[in-house]
Design a protein around this ligand. Structure first.
Ligand code: HEC
Ligand code: HEC
Length: 312
């Protein structure tokens, strides 16, 4: 018993000291956008509603697939205007725990972030999106209920607030790592434990830290030469490593197909520490222990149109 407790203490102590934390069961909400059930439901409807896009063919879920990885696993994606995104789609799972959004970290909150995709949905004009939603009577009443006394009820800030409230529920706690961090020493196998030690000792944790294995601070990538990214150095927000086995291909350009490949590039480009094959395997085993449990969801019913939109 004594040995067990000492062991538990040591384990908890070492990664907690390194700054790694289990994922909280709930994401905090900002003072000006408290999470309520009705708001989350409205946000979920908007997230799944393709009528939000000027073309009528794109919902947020088209690229951020909630039934799987929270993204689309493509290198780049066709946007409503027909052009391709420059960057690979980040997952929305656990984006609630980020403090910087987009690969270049240019948005500071989920509310700010949502204006970007809404603009793309509206083919460059968010007013178009607001107009579309305002034309649907069921949304008029839902917005009025969720934002009482604030007119107009259907507005860009209310759309972004509802979407952000829904996204704050898209979290995946109870991964093997989380169970381990809360004291279940059996939750990680021997190889994953070696991977956790390497994650700390090699220095991955200096950038991928906290509960979300990420950082709001922009970091230069690559820092050291010797990878396919030589000569392309730029600053990036440090992405989450949670559910990383689900979110290939990797990096801002989606150019790396496997997790082994991504880990090898990181070790060389960010730490100047080429890995031996068994070290890469251990790190990958550890990263796979960051796969959590998505909340179960029901597809929302969407409010009906009173008359067809017609041409745009
Ligand atoms: C056509 C595909 C596509 C659609 C549709 C789309 N997104 Fe995205 N989303 C992206 C891409 C690509 C990025 C990364 C852009 C970048 O950083 O350059 C992104 C980034 C994000 C992020 C930031 C995640 C992070 O960790 O930085 C969030 C949150 C997000 N989108 C939410 C939404 C919401 C809400 C909608 C619907 C209003 C939406 N997206 C619609 C492709 C899409
Ligand atoms: C100096 C900071 C830094 C260090 C150290 C670091 N990373 Fe990263 N990591 C980043 C940044 C920045 C990115 C995003 C780069 C990009 O996409 O262009 C990233 C991306 C990744 C990705 C791809 C994520 C995705 O969604 O595509 C993986 C996997 C990863 N890191 C794992 C690791 C591992 C494992 C280590 C240790 C061997 C490590 N990182 C060390 C900063 C760092």
């Amino acid at each position: 018993m004594k040995v067990l407790m000492l062991n538990l203490f040591f384990v908890t102590f070492s990664f907690a000291q390194a700054g790694l934390l289990p994922l909280p069961d709930r994401a905090p909400s900002p003072a000006d956008n408290p999470t309520t059930r009705a708001k989350v439901h409205l946000g979920q409807q908007l997230f799944f509603d393709a009528r939000i896009s000027a073309t009528g063919t794109y919902s947020c879920n088209s690229c951020h697939d909630i039934s799987s990885s929270g993204e689309n696993n493509l290198r780049n994606s066709r946007k409503p205007d027909g052009t391709f995104s420059r960057h690979s789609v980040p997952t929305v799972w656990n984006s609630a725990f980020q403090n910087a959004y987009f690969w270049n970290g240019s948005a500071a909150s989920l509310e700010d972030q949502a204006e970007g995709p809404l603009e793309e949905m509206g083919l460059g004009d968010t007013g178009r999106v607001v107009k579309r939603i305002a034309q649907i009577p069921g949304y008029q009443s839902a917005f009025a209920k969720v934002f009482p006394g604030e007119t107009p009820a259907v507005s860009l800030p209310h759309l972004t607030k509802a979407l952000a409230a829904y996204e704050r529920t898209l979290i995946t706690p109870h991964s093997p790592f989380d169970r381990y961090a809360k004291g279940d020493a059996q939750a990680l196998d021997a190889r994953a434990k070696i991977g956790l030690d390497l994650f700390i000792s090699v220095g991955c944790v200096t950038c991928h830290g906290g509960a979300n294995f990420s950082s709001a601070e922009l970091k230069r990538f690559p820092l050291f030469p010797g990878t396919s990214y030589d000569g392309e150095a730029a600053n990036y927000r440090v992405p989450t490593l949670r559910n990383i086995e689900w979110t290939a291909p990797y990096f801002h350009d989606g150019a790396v197909a496997t997790l082994e490949g991504a880990v090898d590039i990181m070790a060389r480009a960010q730490l100047n520490h080429p890995l031996k094959p068994d070290e890469t395997a251990a790190l990958v085993a550890f990263l796979k222990s960051l796969t959590g449990e998505p909340p179960s969801q029901r597809l929302p019913r969407l409010p009906k149109l009173s008359s067809p939109f017609g041409e745009n």
